[in-house]
Design a protein around this ligand. Structure first.
Ligand code: SAM
Length: 293
């Protein structure tokens, strides 16, 4: 992230979840909390997507399409990550780059789990302001301000009470593209160094894709022409990883790959109607476990 402003992409993915709730993959996806985290002006495009009512104005239409595309991308990745959390219950969940992730307030399965929300200090301040008096379903929520480009994750987690001798599930959703390769390596190293057997790392990342990059440039140009501020203005893409490079990195830090799916395959499995094949194909969710020994 650049500067000291809260993440706009965190709002966009939250808008995507709010727009998808009750509309996409019903029975497998539900996020009633997302709506509660959004401000009035951020809800307008969400309502329009929910009602299938595209606005006629150029600028509003761009926002509508961006939120609609976000809803399509977030559903398969949210379901894959939720399933991975449920499949291997542990007592600590670390949410890396938490943004407006609301699992601690949404998932009853976390009733015996301490959740550590790690995020850039500016984004975390913004989230805490939005939470109001929402009560978590998790046993506890601890906010851990960390800038991955400057701070030491291990030290920040230790001072928040994370216990490296207890198994941890780490989730890292929608963050890797915004970090440099060095920051990604350092974060996996920190997770590996503070994970005992039984821990799991679930990472959503982007594989290299020329067509997805061209798609993003097109969205940026259209957004500029429409006189709108792009959600990516302060959050440039910094790294993409081939599946083999990602599995190699995970293995070097003690996590052995269990599966690594692209979002298009996950969406097709869920019978989600797909418009944005290229961006779904480039997005991936890898699940890797810490083995004993
Ligand atoms: C697209 S949002 C994803 C948020 C959340 N994981 C989700 O899927 O809803 C990207 C998140 O990465 C965080 N982030 C980006 N760069 C960061 C950095 N250098 N240090 C800490 N967090 C960072 C932002 O603050 C933001 O919360």
């Amino acid at each position: 992230m650049e500067g000291d402003r809260a993440s706009h992409t965190a709002v966009l993915v939250c808008q995507g979840r709010a727009a998808a709730h009750g509309r996409i993959a019903e029975g497998r996806f539900a996020d009633p909390v997302a709506m509660e985290l959004l401000r009035t002006d951020e809800l307008l495009a969400v309502q329009r997507v929910r009602e299938g009512r595209p606005p006629t104005g150029w600028g509003e239409r761009v926002e509508f399409e961006t939120v609609r595309a976000s809803s399509e991308v977030v559903v398969p990745r949210t379901i894959a990550i939720d399933d991975a959390i449920r499949a291997r219950p542990v007592s600590q969940l670390v949410v890396l780059g938490a943004g407006l992730d609301d699992r601690a307030w949404r998932m009853p399965e976390l009733a015996d789990v301490d959740v550590f929300e790690v995020d850039h200090p500016a984004s975390q301040r913004d989230k805490r302001g939005r939470l109001g008096d929402l009560q978590p379903l998790a046993r506890s929520v601890r906010f851990v301000p960390v800038d991955f480009s400057r701070d030491r994750l291990e030290a920040a987690l230790a001072s928040a009470g994370h216990d490296p001798d207890e198994a941890t599930t780490w989730i890292w959703e929608g963050v890797v593209p915004y970090l440099s390769r060095g920051e990604v390596r350092a974060t996996v190293q920190a997770a590996g160094g503070t994970s005992t057997a039984g821990s799991r790392l679930v990472v959503n990342y982007q594989s290299p894709s020329m067509s997805a990059a061209i798609g993003r440039l097109t969205v940026r140009a259209v957004t500029a022409v429409a006189g709108r501020r792009s959600p990516w203005a302060d959050e440039p893409r910094r790294s993409s990883w081939s599946p083999s490079a990602m599995s190699g990195l995970l293995a070097r830090h003690g996590f052995s790959l269990q599966r690594d799916d692209d979002l298009l395959a996950l969406a097709v499995d869920l019978s989600i109607p797909v418009r944005h094949h290229r961006s779904l194909k480039a997005g991936r969710v890898a699940i890797a476990d810490r083995q004993p020994g």
